[in-house]
Ligand binder design. Structure first.
Ligand SMILES: [Zn+2]
Ligand SMILES: [Zn+2]
Length: 144
């Protein structure tokens, strides 16, 4: 059974505590917001840079035609050139040694994964090819 004196003390603590905490929380919240912003910015630089692209690349496993479309345009699996359903999405693998981007179909490719340029291994090197990479690879823009 608390004495009246003790409960008054308790009340005083609860009244004072939040008021003292509020500015502190405000600073913490600001910090968290800033950290979140920084984290998003970092992610954008690293992860998005690696996985986001401005284009989709395609390779026909039958006739070998290389195509690309805008990021929002998807074609396949029917190849616009040979009409076979063998048009595959492509992915890029960046060589750690010479930074050459090797572009390969996502599926249906049985060749061992190696850098086109130096034949080095491409481990954990997946990167979405961008429009300029696909153009350098020899892809033509698909007419939609
Ligand atoms: Zn084809
Ligand atoms: Zn290489």
């Amino acid at each position: 059974m608390p004495t009246p004196k003790q409960s008054r003390a308790c009340l005083a603590t609860t009244r004072v505590f939040p008021a003292e905490l509020r500015p502190g929380l405000g600073v913490v919240a600001l910090w968290l917001a800033a950290l979140a912003l920084m984290a998003t910015a970092c992610k954008k630089d690293v992860a998005l840079e690696a996985m986001e692209s401005d284009a989709n690349g395609y390779l026909c496993l039958k006739c070998g035609v290389k195509l690309f479309t805008d990021r929002t345009v998807f074609i396949g699996p029917q190849c616009p050139k040979c009409q076979q359903e063998t048009l595959m999405d492509v992915v890029g693998y960046e060589c750690k040694k010479d930074h050459h981007l090797t572009i390969r179909p996502k599926r249906g490719d049985r060749q061992p994964l190696a850098c086109e340029q130096c034949q080095g291994p491409l481990v954990n090197a997946m990167r979405s090819p961008r429009e300029k990479d696909l153009k350098a690879w020899g892809a033509a823009k698909a007419s939609s």
